[in-house]
Design a protein around this ligand. Structure first.
Ligand code: FES
Length: 104
């Protein structure tokens, strides 16, 4: 992938450990999560019933949907427990000069 496809979204210093933030990238609702010492970018939309994940509880490397409790692995997007069975999208992330850049 070329570097041109990354979009600069927010200062890395604005996303503390354990924090999450929703950003809009070309019409996609993307959830940034600082979890397990890593910044992840995943779809903000649950694969079960298309509810927003942004208010969900976050643990080490996962986010839980606030509606029915499915958890998703932030690195792979895979559903870790029902009722979701399908993964959510994950996007490549990099930090350049304290900016978080996402390929979405
Ligand atoms: S909408 Fe997320 S688990 Fe049902």
């Amino acid at each position: 992938m070329s570097s041109e496809s990354f979009t600069r979204v927010v200062r890395a210093s604005a996303l503390a450990a354990g924090a999450k933030l929703v950003v809009d990238i070309s019409g996609k609702s993307v959830l940034l999560c600082n979890s397990n010492g890593r910044i992840h970018a995943v779809s903000n939309i649950c694969s079960h019933a298309h509810e927003k994940l942004e208010d969900g509880r976050m643990g080490n490397g996962w986010i839980a949907c606030p509606i029915h409790g499915a958890r998703f692995d932030l690195a792979t997007g895979n559903a870790k427990n029902p009722p979701a069975t399908r993964p959510i999208a994950v996007y490549a992330v990099r930090v350049v000069d304290d900016w978080i850049e996402v390929e979405a």
